[in-house]
Design a protein around this ligand. Structure first.
Ligand code: PEP
Ligand code: CO
Length: 459
């Protein structure tokens, strides 16, 4: 009896002329200039020999869940810091991020009546794209800060020198972060049996207080009811699945942990479950698309106002030539004033090509502004408005908005304005901690999830 080769429908990578380092033959944007090639070679060789952070079966499981999102049967929640910092690799901060994502997911499950896949922007979100290669202050020009895995945020020559050793320091911190998250989840940290213990003091400031209280009460009731009916403890509530993601920007890092695994075909990036390509590095002829077209992981692609429908179709066909469901997550980020102008044509092109994708809305990156005092911020109402428009546009176009993508933290920071406590630009200085983009604080994040959940009940 002949056995079917599971890879027979996929063009072989040899025929695709791909290797983990083939991106090096292409122009590759947003890479640091390491000045010591030998030190870089030693660091990447060392990195390649370390055990992986995730496994191929977790990656495949996420891909199959994402295929169900594409079919409209699940919902995706992705969130975390804009940029993780090495200093923030601390237990209370990691636990706080995990907790807010779990709480949001429960609220969303209640709203959309579907299982929610939770994906953190963490355990590797250390490299950032920058608008300029150099930064000048008082006549001194130094390389821009590109995230803790590349250089440091201080403004001296030593701080800003890209240091290949940091690739290893980043990988170690990613491992510690993930190790802690896995233990918390295994230990039943996510006790969502008692939503009444959630800190909802901020609701006192909201006109929707009564509605929120009913929602929290009814989540508690639903859990208790299901447990009575099923005669046991509801596993999904205290043993949840959690996946990691980061922008696959620094290709030396991604390449080093891209490997074959026993009994599977293809190459896996084992630094994370869901790497994504940023809006600035998704050019078709560049190194990032070259790297990403060869890996088996599901791949996120950020798309902003500059992409054209035909470019998007080419991008999807390059990254997913077999049109496998669950492979591509299109994360659109236009800004509240641009989404209606740009999104419909992209949806139409994807539908016309019968391309299978997960549509996910990032309402953060198109809504960044700088206010007096020089703070980079985002207004809660603009974030919410882009999301609401995303639900409307997808409904009108007959597509399914399958996910949301937030920059958020479990801490009580003041980086975005608005929300139930109505933070103003004058409040920003109080606890502005982000090194790059402004995040929703824990109250704003939970409030956002509640508003999205209410919205989904009516979609
Ligand atoms: C980000 O997600 O932090 C980011 C830089 O996004 P984008 O690529 O959408 O600009
Ligand atoms: Co960001």
């Amino acid at each position: 009896m002949s056995t079917l080769d599971p890879s027979s429908s996929t063009p072989s990578l040899e025929s695709k002329n791909w290797a983990p380092d083939s991106w090096q033959q292409k122009p590759t944007l947003q890479q640091p200039n390491y000045d010591d090639p030998q030190a870089l070679a030693i660091a990447t060789r060392t990195l390649a020999e370390l055990p992986p952070l995730v496994t191929s079966w977790e990656v495949e499981k996420l891909k199959s869940h994402l295929a169900e999102v594409a079919e409209g049967q699940r919902f995706l929640l992705q969130g975390g810091d804009c940029s993780e910092s090495f200093a923030d690799c601390r237990s209370e901060l990691i636990a706080g991020k995990l907790k807010i994502l779990l709480q949001m997911s429960l609220v969303l499950i209640h709203g959309c009546k579907k299982p929610v896949i939770r994906v953190g922007r963490f355990a590797g979100q250390y490299a950032k794209p920058r608008s300029n290669d150099m930064e000048t202050r008082d006549g001194l020009s130094l390389p821009s800060y590109r995230g803790d895995i590349v250089n440091s945020n201080g403004f001296t020559e030593a701080d800003r020198r890209p240091n290949p050793e940091l690739l290893l320091r980043g990988y170690e911190r990613a491992a510690m972060t993930l190790n802690f998250i896995r233990s918390l989840i295994d230990g039943g940290f996510a006790d969502l049996h008692h939503p009444e213990y959630w800190d909802l003091a901020f609701m006192r400031h909201s006109e929707k207080q009564a509605e929120y209280e009913r929602l929290v009460e009814s989540i508690g009731e639903s859990i208790r009811f299901l447990e009575v009916v099923s005669g046991g403890h509801l596993g999904e509530v205290d043993r949840v699945e959690f996946y990691t993601s980061h922008e696959g920007l620094l290709l030396q890092y991604e390449q080093a942990q891209t490997r074959r695994v026993p009994r599977r075909t293809g190459w896996y990036n084992l630094t994370t479950h869901l790497p994504w390509i940023g809006d600035r590095t998704r050019n078709l002829d560049g190194g990032h698309i070259e790297y990403f077209r060869g890996i088996e992981n599901p791949v996120g692609v950020k798309v902003g106002p500059k992409i054209t429908p035909s470019e998007l179709v080419q991008l999807i066909e390059t990254l997913n030539p077999t049109n496998s469901p669950g492979k591509i997550v299109l994360i659109h980020r236009f800004g509240t004033r641009k989404i209606v102008e740009h999104l419909p044509a992209l949806i139409e092109a994807v539908e016309r090509g019968r391309l299978s994708v997960v549509w996910c809305c990032d309402p953060m990156h198109g809504n960044t502004e700088v206010v007096d005092g020089g703070y980079k911020t985002r207004q809660f109402r603009n974030i919410l408005s882009e999301l609401e428009q995303a639900f409307d546009v997808h409904r009108q176009c007959g597509s399914y908005l399958g996910g949301v993508h937030f920059e958020l933290t479990g801490e009580d920071v003041t980086e975005c304005t608005g929300g139930a406590r109505n933070l103003s630009p004058a409040d920003l200085g109080r606890a502005y901690r982000t090194q790059v983009d402004p995040r929703l604080n824990c109250e704003q994040a939970l409030e956002m999830a509640m508003l999205v959940a209410q919205r989904m009940r009516t979609v």
